[in-house]
Design a protein around this ligand. Structure first.
Ligand code: PBG
Length: 335
């Protein structure tokens, strides 16, 4: 926690003029407390099967569904810009979805093919895989569903297999986003037993049941299929202490880093998590946050670039070590 200023020891006006330090650019730069760097960015990318596919996502202007060959180009761009890592998310059409989400375990699914292609051409870039079943289930939930319930332990068994499949394809960071209990420990064990002790786990530790995921569900083909909502496994936006318990559990189970999601509406959680645990803490600026800024900018209501940079800086100020964002390439170009 930042030290509180000792108000009694401060000079007062007119000796103290707060605007003195703000007067010039050189002075503002000297006293700036927080910096955003390209090293803080993880670029969120949506995949789609095929060749030469670059299909716009209607609700996320500037974001495209990319086929594996196109993601290689994105990875090359990221390398040129200095972006350390990419986070991949797969689109699946309704026909490709099943009740059990079996495609998650296919070593030749679009995630794995993209990972292999990127690792072949751009081996120095970090690759993060989202672990959950929602891109592959016909009901759009992150786990198996039985009689309207999302099954926990049965889902965890599949997530472990999904993680191993992803690690084998070349992913460096396994990022479970499903919010099942006990999955981090199970995945760590599964990865280690399969010989992937060097593969990291970034836990979506404090993930809220949020309206801000709307455009993402559109992007991965889930919005039409999702039955009900995710409130029996994702967190209630009313809660803050619960986030600390979730983070404590995931760290105890072996998470290398933790994530808070969404971002801007949950900066208080980022700050609490960072202060309490001091672990590498990431924040996901989710699809709805991206869409809000883009839509307002398209209408001429906001300066889109400035709003983007301000929102990213806010995450750093709140204590985040890094940010998963669809803006990564745009922001990197400005840095
Ligand atoms: C689901 C998942 C979601 C996101 C990443 N992984 C959405 C959800 O929980 O429904 C959201 C990403 C975004 O909105 O940008 N496993």
């Amino acid at each position: 926690m930042n030290k509180r200023p000792q108000h009694s020891s401060l000079a007062s006006f007119p000796a103290l003029r707060m605007r003195r330090l703000r007067r010039t650019d050189w002075s503002r730069r000297l006293v700036a407390q927080t910096r955003l760097s390209v090293d803080d960015l993880i670029w969120a990318i949506i995949l789609k099967d095929g060749q030469n596919v670059k299909e716009p996502v209607a609700s996320m202007p500037g974001v495209y569904r990319l086929s594996p060959d196109e993601t290689v180009k994105a990875a090359e761009e990221a390398r040129a810009l200095g972006i350390p890592a990419l986070a991949l998310f797969p689109y699946t059409d309704a026909e490709g979805r099943t009740p059990g989400g079996e495609e998650a375990l296919n070593p030749d699914n679009v995630m794995c093919r993209a990972a292999r292609a990127i690792k072949q051409q751009v081996p120095e870039i970090g690759l993060m895989a989202d672990v959950a079943l929602d891109p592959y289930t016909d009901h759009g939930h992150d786990g198996l569903m039985k009689d309207g319930e999302i099954l926990n332990d049965e889902t965890v068994e599949i997530l472990v297999k999904q993680s191993v499949v992803q690690a084998e394809a070349g992913f460096d960071i396994i990022a479970p986003s499903d919010m099942m209990d006990g999955r981090v420990g199970a995945i760590r064990k599964g990865l280690d037993e399969a010989g992937h002790s060097h593969v990291q786990i970034m836990a979506y530790a404090a993930k809220y049941a949020s309206a801000f995921y709307g455009p993402y569900r559109d992007a991965i083909g889930s919005s039409g299929v999702l039955k009900g909502d995710k409130r029996t496994y994702q967190m209630d936006p009313a809660n803050s202490d619960e986030a600390l318990r979730e983070v404590a559990l995931d760290l105890a189970e072996g998470a290398d880093s933790v994530m808070v999601k969404p971002g801007l509406p949950y900066l208080d959680i980022v700050r609490r998590v960072k202060d309490e645990f001091g672990a590498p803490t990431f924040v996901f600026q989710v699809s709805g946050e991206y869409a809000q800024i883009k839509a307002a900018a398209q209408n001429g209501w906001l300066d889109g670039d400035k709003a983007m940079m301000e929102s990213l800086l806010a995450f750093k100020r709140a204590g985040a070590d890094g940010i998963i964002t669809y803006f990564a390439a745009d922001a990197a170009r400005k840095l």
